[in-house]
Design a binder for this molecule. Structure first.
Ligand code: AKB
Length: 344
């Protein structure tokens, strides 16, 4: 099929998720169009006007992938669809299918696309701090800011899936079919990944993650609902405001390949303890009822994640620097945004 009859576009999987919302809104604001939004659920009405196509479907459905192949000329994939860490523990094999087989399907789609249109397809993959697995609280305390190559022993199915998919992406970008006589498929994709911390958005509420206690606390307080936090007060992991997460994805996407010395990068911003988040929320919503009722099992997952990450490679290679430190994130983005969202 000649390429001129296929519609050019940017494919976003998991478009309906928190990051999908932020990314689609931002791409549109920057005048980047031709968005093909794919999600297992109908894409939100608020996002539809920004998309050239909205497709309801499963990344495990081969017919759907064939349809994408035949109808679109894809130059960039943001593969955001995933089952997050808590949800994945309830159905580990289903999580493996979605998180690993789904990613494999998208990598194959991207390689095929590059073969058809003859250009490199960029593949942007959000990974996670869940790829790290510290064995206990003492080790977590001693580890401090972990580097990308350290403590890669995830304790969750989601973390295992993300870590393996980082390797798959690197393999598809650099070694795919390395023994074939015709090695034109090599170099067809340009795989770039960020290990995101827990993300907090003012406009959407996460579901199925283990870092969800921070956004849940805030959104509950804004709605005058009491909240029992499922981790200990002293637990500490890295967090980031959603606009910075989107900034990071777009910044990494835009940098020229020669600048990149690795395919997977940590990024950091701020890392409050759960108790510190409670204090900030209470200052903004003095009537907030927040208690701590740790769930030992979810707590153990958070204990296995680092208290902080070393993001020096991202800072050096592509100029990563968060715009929202803790004060700005809560003071200028989260608290005002959430108050506005729930204003009666
Ligand atoms: C989760 O909690 O599963 C995610 C993550 C840290 O990747 N928010």
């Amino acid at each position: 099929m000649a390429d001129h009859i296929r519609k050019p576009g940017i494919l976003i999987t998991g478009a309906n998720g928190e990051m999908g919302h932020g990314l689609i809104t931002r791409l549109t604001a920057e005048g980047k169009h031709h968005i093909i939004a794919l999600d297992i659920r109908p894409v939100d009405a608020s996002l539809q006007p920004h998309c050239d196509a909205t497709i309801v479907g499963d990344i495990l459905d081969q017919r759907l992938l064939e349809r994408l192949q035949s109808e679109y000329e894809i130059h960039c994939v943001y593969h955001l669809a995933a089952l997050l860490s808590t949800r994945a523990e309830f159905t580990p094999e289903a999580a493996h299918r979605v998180n690993v087989e789904g990613t494999l399907n998208l990598l194959k789609l991207a390689i095929e696309q590059s073969r058809w249109h003859g250009q490199v397809v960029q593949f942007m993959f959000p990974s996670s701090i869940a790829v790290y697995g510290l064995p206990n609280r003492e080790a977590k305390q001693i580890a401090g800011k972990v580097k990308e190559t350290e403590w890669n022993f995830p304790a969750t199915m989601y973390g295992c899936n993300k870590l393996y998919c980082e390797h798959l992406g690197r393999y598809y970008a650099s070694h795919y079919r390395q023994l074939a006589a015709d090695n034109t498929l090599q170099g067809g994709i340009d795989f770039r990944s960020i290990r995101f911390p827990g993300l907090i958005s003012a406009t959407t509420v996460p579901s199925g993650g283990t870092s969800d206690y921070a956004p849940e606390m805030l959104h509950a307080a804004a709605q005058n609902k009491s909240y029992a936090c499922f981790v200990r007060e002293d637990v500490r992991i890295p967090f980031m405001a959603m606009p910075d997460a989107i900034n990071a994805l777009l910044k990494l996407q835009a940098v020229s390949r020669e600048k990149l010395t690795q395919s997977v990068y940590n990024i950091g911003s701020f890392n409050p303890s759960a108790g510190e988040i409670r204090d900030i929320v209470r200052r903004a919503f003095p009537k907030a009822e927040i208690t701590f009722r740790p769930d030992d099992k979810r707590q153990a997952i958070v204990d296995s994640w680092p208290a902080d990450v070393d993001d020096s490679a991202a800072r050096r290679d592509w100029g990563w620097a968060p715009e929202y430190d803790q004060g700005r994130a809560f003071g200028e983005y989260l608290i005002p945004g959430i108050k506005e969202r729930y204003r009666a």
